[in-house]
Design a protein around this ligand. Sequence first.
Ligand SMILES: [Zn+2]
Ligand SMILES: [Zn+2]
Length: 376
Amino acid sequence: MRPVARISISMKRTRGNLESGRIPGRMSALVYRGGGSLKVESIPVPRIGSHEVLVQVRACGVCPTDIKKIRRDLLPPPRVYGHETAGVIVRVGASVRGFHPGDRVALHHHVPCLDCHFCRRRAFAQCAGYRVTGVTAGFEPAGGGFAEYVCVKRGCLPGMVRIPKDISFAEAALLEPVNTVLKAVNLLGVVPGDHVLVVGQGPIGLLFNRLLTLRGASVSACDPLELRRRIGQRFGARRTFPTMEAIGDPVKRMTRGRGLDAVVLAAPSDEAFCQAQKLVRGGGAILVFAHTVRGNATPLDLGRVCVDEQRVLGSYSSDFTLQDEVARLVFSRTLDVRPLITHRYPLTDAAAAIDRAATPSADTLKVVVEPGLRGQ
Ligand SMILES: [Zn+2]
Ligand SMILES: [Zn+2]
């Protein structure tokens, strides 16, 4: 693993803020300019207020939701995306307590208010405060992780997690996707001995394999790519299948005709959803995790929902209250995310990183942008 560059621990006070090292006035950032266009530009380093923190980004994972926003032009430009971010605190607002320049931290870009109608019902991703992005490199806040520095706003300070010395920034950047998967696994309510099928063996599907296995489930996995199926086994799948059609008979055998306890759709396949309805037992669950575009309609057998009591569940984004458990899992390497990180790009090539993640080959799992890496 790349040695972590030392940062100066000599600190000084400027305008009441505490800071370390030399912080430039301008920085590089991958700016989204609309029409799917991305360019590395020089923009000002964000200024922070007295309740905010400036973090030098060391790693930021490329997430499918960023790709979706860029490719489909979902939000008005300009923006700097990237929300799976880890780095080093370099400046701390005068009123911030508990964090110091030099701290290595993973960021959480959405923090719910914990007090509204939605939060009291644990629907954190529906909280109005949660939807406000609290980490920015400038412009309309959008995560900002594809830049050299980000400002962490007051609302997101409670989500900042310190990274132990022996854990890399790239690993820590994956706390966010791990959180989203743990939240979904909790929602499924899996108990030891359950038979669960995970459809799609990209990074998210693989995290499901591992977390479900840790809960004592017997995991099967489905992916058309042979290499992905092999990796799926390393992440805990006991059986793998190239298609949903291939699964029917083995499922009958292994569940004595009962059917699967749950199917997780970690790929946005409507076809897989239809098949899942036939594979899940009465009272079992189908978890829809990758269908992130509204208006996506597909046939649902309502008789299976009513008479067979099949549950169709959705889960989106993270659960702030799980962050400590997520940190424990990743930092203890009980959930070792290192094999997921297959591609690293310097910030100068961040647009290529996003292309790579948007059109992955079989061996492309998690793509991470690391501003400290040198360009070729
Ligand atoms: Zn993400
Ligand atoms: Zn709330």
